[in-house]
Write a protein that binds this ligand. Sequence first.
Ligand SMILES: [Mg+2]
Length: 372
Amino acid sequence: MRPLKKALFIDRDGVIVEERQVDSLERVVFIPHVISALRKIREKTDYYFVMVSNQDGVNTPSFPLDDFEICQNKILEVLRGEDVVFDDINIDYSLPEDNCPGRKPGTAMLDSYFNGEWDLSSCFVIGDRLTDMQLARNLGCKGIWLHEKEASCPENVALETNSWLEIASFLTLEDIKGHRTAHVERVTGETSVSLDLDLDGSGKGEIVTGIGFFDHMLQQIVRHSRFDLSARLSGDTWVDEHHSIEDMAICLGRAVSQALGDKRGINRYGFDLLCMDDVHAEVSVDFSGRPELVFCVSFTRDYIGSVSTQMFSHFFKSFCDAAGCNIYASVSSGNAHHQAEALFKAFARAVRMAVKRIPGLDEVVSTKGVLE
Ligand SMILES: [Mg+2]
């Protein structure tokens, strides 16, 4: 089953541009920080952007359609130039006395968002009026109320603010909670490992283990999880690759566990399926606190480079034990290099989904109240 989608239903006037009848280009004045905030939200989250606006009396003599469209197109052009793109735009042209069901806080323009594909309880309406917050309630969403004056706040308002900077922080949680990082050092008679991990990174990796193909697989984790990982390992590869791969998995698992802390506010579950040329891989992950590996992969070669294919199940078992997670991994038959690479890519993308913070959630996703 595909994950449910999330949207931001964003008002236009009073939220993106100043509140007034915007019928000439001189009247297009952007709200401070709105463009950089929307860009940050777009970069850091998976929300769909949906514009929802009442434009009273467009296509009447007092507000010709052309005048509206010239301004609307300019607003969208400026936003697009900063990589802020709306996935859907819904404009109601009626007057209040028309009582149109599509006019906010009515939801008729947004019927398609009730089709079961949307996690409405995780969506937000961002608006400057009480009618926007009523729209949020009617959709089953939470509200983000952008306004200056003090007023009694409806219960479904998750954030009341006069600043787009605060909205961006709230929705990305980056500035509120900071990056989730860990440093792990581990020295044994067989290996020495030093590792720095940032779960909220941008996919930068510096990896040296002395085992070429294993480095290539760790780079797949970095690239597809978008974690930043600096990992140095020196090990007794003159014996074989076993201790090095095992110990790197232990350290990586420990680092993920440390960086997640008490796991408040994360998805907990993640999954991915992907194809790579002749191979299909699927991996699901649960950061339950309990280690378990189900590994349904029959490699078609015994070795890839200098790495025994036996070591891949051992890598994931060692990671599970150290991170306290369940992993189910299944890869079809095919080219062995593709099998391994598809496996590590799918694992990375599943972990990325599992550790992702859910905006506004500050609880552990478990009826037990803990994930350990
Ligand atoms: Mg408004």
